[in-house]
Write a protein that binds this ligand. Structure first.
Ligand code: FE2
Length: 310
C-alpha cells in the first residue's frame, strides 16, 4: 500500500475572499470558484479546497476553532491499496468510505486524514540552467523576470503535535502507513517521506508543549529565482512573510514562508534533498538548527523560528 504523495488539502476558512486571493497570488490555478468556496489545482494534479468554516461536513481539527487545515488526503496507487488501508486501519479506528472510494479517518493527534487513488499529471519541468566557468548551460539566454511564482506541486505538510503521545503519533505514520524516516531530532521532530516518494519529507511532525495544530504546507517551485520573485509578488499584494528566505539544514531546501489567512503558513521551496531506501535515517541528539543561511532583512526582522522546523 505505498503512499505516494500529498494528494489534496481541505481548509475551513473564515474569510473566503482573502483565502481565494491568497492562493491566486501564490500562483495556483482555481478550477472551481464561488462565494462559498474554491478549489485550486497544482500542475501535478493535486487539489487545495477552501470551504467555509461553518460547513458542517468539514472534518474536525484540533485547532479547528479558527481558519486552518481540516484534512490532508494522501495519494495511493490503486483501489487495492485503498482496500488494504481500510482493512488495516479499521482494526482500531473508524474508517469511512466515500462514493468515489476515498477513505477518511483520524490519526493519533486528532488530525483528519484521507486516502484516495492518486491522479498525477505529468509536469514538464526542466532543471534550471546554470553557467559556471567554461561550462555554460545557458548560452545566449538571459534569466527571465517572473510576475509571480507558479508552483509545480504540493510537496509536504507540517503539524505541531503534543509531547504527550508524540512517539505513538510518529509510529502511526512509520509503522502503520509505511512512511520512511529521513531525519529525527530526539524529543523535537521527525521528518518522514511517503514510501513512494523520494522527497526528504512529505510530513514533518514537530513536538511542542501545547496542543496539536497545523503549521504549514509547502509548494515546490523551480529554483531560488522563482522563490524570490514569487515572494516579491506576495509582498506586493500585502501578504506577510513569516521568515526571510534561506536554505534549511535538514532537507537542504531553499525556502520562504508566508502567512496564509486560511490557516498556518505556506512555503515556497526548491532543491530539496532526495533519497531512497539506501538513505540511513539520521538521529540527532540535539537539533542541528534551522538554516544553513538566511537573508537578513532589516525591514522585517523575523522571530526566531522553531529550531528544527523545515
Ligand atoms: Fe517546509
Amino acid at each position: 500500500m505505498p503512499i505516494t504523495r500529498v494528494e489534496s488539502l481541505v481548509y475551513g476558512v473564515t474569510d473566503m475572499a482573502a483565502g481565494i486571493r491568497y492562493y491566486e497570488n501564490w500562483g495556483l490555478e482555481a478550477v472551481e470558484r464561488s462565494d462559498s468556496g474554491a478549489v485550486f489545482r497544482t500542475p501535478a494534479g493535486q487539489t487545495i479546497s477552501l470551504r467555509p468554516i461553518d460547513d458542517a461536513t468539514l472534518p474536525t481539527a484540533p485547532d479547528g476553532e479558527q481558519s486552518t487545515l481540516r484534512q490532508t488526503v494522501w495519494g495511493v496507487e490503486s483501489a487495492d491499496d485503498l482496500a488494504a488501508l481500510a482493512a488495516e486501519l479499521s482494526t482500531d479506528r473508524e474508517v469511512t468510505s466515500a462514493t468515489d472510494g476515498s477513505l477518511s479517518t483520524v490519526d493519533e493527534s486528532g488530525f483528519s486524514i484521507g486516502f484516495a487513488v492518486s491522479q498525477p499529471a505529468t509536469v514538464e519541468a526542466a532543471p534550471p540552467l546554470v553557467n559556471l566557468n567554461e561550462n555554460a548551460q545557458r548560452l545566449n539566454e538571459t534569466v527571465a523576470s517572473l510576475p509571480q511564482a507558479r508552483p509545480l506541486r504540493l510537496g509536504h505538510v507540517v503539524f505541531y503535535i503534543s509531547h504527550d503521545g508524540a512517539d505513538r503519533a510518529v509510529s502511526f505514520y512509520l509503522d502503520r502507513l509505511g512512511f520512511r524516516l529521513s531525519d529525527s531530532t530526539i524529543g523535537r521532530g521527525d521528518f518522514m517521506r511517503c514510501a513512494g516518494s523520494r522527497d526528504h519529507h512529505n510530513l514533518f511532525l514537530l513536538r511542542r508543549d501545547g496542543s496539536a495544530g497545523f503549521n504549514h504546507a509547502a509548494f515546490e517551485v523551480r529554483d531560488f529565482d522563482e522563490i524570490m520573485m514569487g515572494g516579491a509578488c506576495m509582498k506586493s499584494h500585502g501578504w506577510q512573510p513569516d521568515t526571510t528566505p534561506g536554505r534549511h539544514i535538514l532537507g537542504s531546501n531553499l525556502y520562504w514562508y508566508f502567512r496564509n489567512p486560511s490557516g498556518g503558513n505556506t512555503e515556497y521551496f526548491a532543491d530539496m534533498d532526495c533519497m531512497d531506501d539506501d538513505w540511513e535515517p539520521r538521529i540527532w541528539e540535539k537539533s542541528p538548527g534551522f538554516a544553513l543561511w538566511s537573508i537578513d532583512d532589516p525591514d522585517q526582522p523575523p522571530a526566531p523560528p522553531p529550531a528544527s522546523l523545515s
